[in-house]
Design a protein around this ligand. Structure first.
Ligand SMILES: Nc1ncnc2c1ncn2[C@@H]1O[C@H](COP(=O)(O)OP(=O)(O)O)[C@@H](O)[C@H]1O
Ligand SMILES: [Mg+2]
Length: 299
């Protein structure tokens, strides 16, 4: 559905994209994740034909993303991370305007979405919070029933209930055979949704795969108190990082592919208290690609 090949994009001295390759397949929910400034928005603006790359190829539906932008846009919905709206129109008017610009008439679906996102369409846009502006773009996108969604950090500013509503909706779209490119700098937000993840850092894809394939990269922080001391029982796992022990209280970071085995060993020692922190993108980079990592990956 989307192919970017060896894209380079510079802004003056800044090399925002440095030979980016990305391929989004039909029916995928594709997570596009990386820290702020990694180049996600720039890549998305290139695939939308909004800006031109210095070099490389970009296509959507097999058509040139820049030359065929108008034709391509009829079949996609785009939600930016910062939505700006006409201040004097109401939210409902903007949604109708966005849909009519796309030649869409989907009143039932629109009304359903307004309910799903608990949105008040009667107020002037200038009074909306960031979250409400985000809802306008999301409702217009989902109501336009496109083949392909390109969503650039679409949940920024939404409260957790609305993030859940968004995630539900994305899964429904997937079930209906739609394709979604979803960018985020928050790993935990995309991992429940995506069947494939591309990780961008400094304008390049540094890893890509299914979540199962990337499991060894995602570290969970564990703090545990056991009846018996753990002793040397975890020494067989050199993959465990940041191990600190204070008698029967132990703290460490464990990669996802051995999490189950490690918990099984700990539980034999009698768990009194267990806390876990889900993997974060930051940790992923520190664990595998950080300046201090000796494995020669990435940087
Ligand atoms: N219009 C622009 N002019 C100058 N620099 C830009 C512009 N847009 C993006 N950049 C720079 O390109 C890099 C990538 O930015 P961006 O694509 O917005 O990253 P992300 O969306 O992953 O946070 C950053 O260093 C950013 O400062
Ligand atoms: Mg961005």
């Amino acid at each position: 559905m989307i192919i970017l090949r060896d894209i380079v994009k510079t802004f003056g001295a800044v090399r925002a994209l440095d030979g980016l390759d990305l391929e989004v397949r039909d029916g995928q929910i594709h997570g596009f994740i990386g820290p702020n400034g990694a180049g996600k928005t720039t890549a998305i603006r290139i695939m939308l034909g909004l800006i031109k790359a210095n070099s490389g190829q970009a296509s959507i539906f097999g058509q040139d993303a820049f030359k065929e932008a108008v034709r391509i846009h009829r079949r996609i919905a785009y939600v930016p991370g910062e939505v700006s709206l006409w201040p004097n129109l109401t939210g409902g008017e903007v949604i109708d305007l966005m849909l009519s610009l796309n030649g869409v008439k989907q009143d039932d679906l629109k009304d359903e979405l307004i309910e799903v996102f608990d949105f008040d369409p009667g107020k002037k846009c200038r009074t909306y919070s960031k979250g409400n502006r985000q809802k306008v773009a999301l409702i217009a996108a989902f109501a336009s029933d496109p083949e392909l969604y390109i969503l650039d950090e679409p949940t920024s500013g939404l409260d957790p209930l609305m993030v859940a509503a968004f995630q539900d909706r994305v899964l429904q779209e997937k079930a209906a055979g739609k394709t979604v490119l979803l960018s985020s700098h928050i790993l935990s937000e995309v991992e429940q949704l995506c069947d494939y993840i591309s990780i961008i850092r400094q304008g390049k894809i540094i890893d890509a795969g299914t979540l199962a394939e990337l499991r060894h990269l995602t570290y969970t922080d564990i703090t545990v108190e056991t009846k018996e001391p753990l002793g040397a029982s975890l020494e067989q796992y050199p993959q465990i990082l940041n191990f600190e022990s204070d008698g029967n209280n132990v703290h460490f970071s464990v990669p996802g592919d051995i999490l189950g085995d490690v918990i099984a060993i700990i539980s034999k020692k009698g768990i009194i208290k267990l806390e876990s922190m889900p993997p974060t993108l930051e940790k992923l980079f520190i664990g595998h690609y950080g300046k201090d990592s000796a494995d020669g990956h990435g940087s």
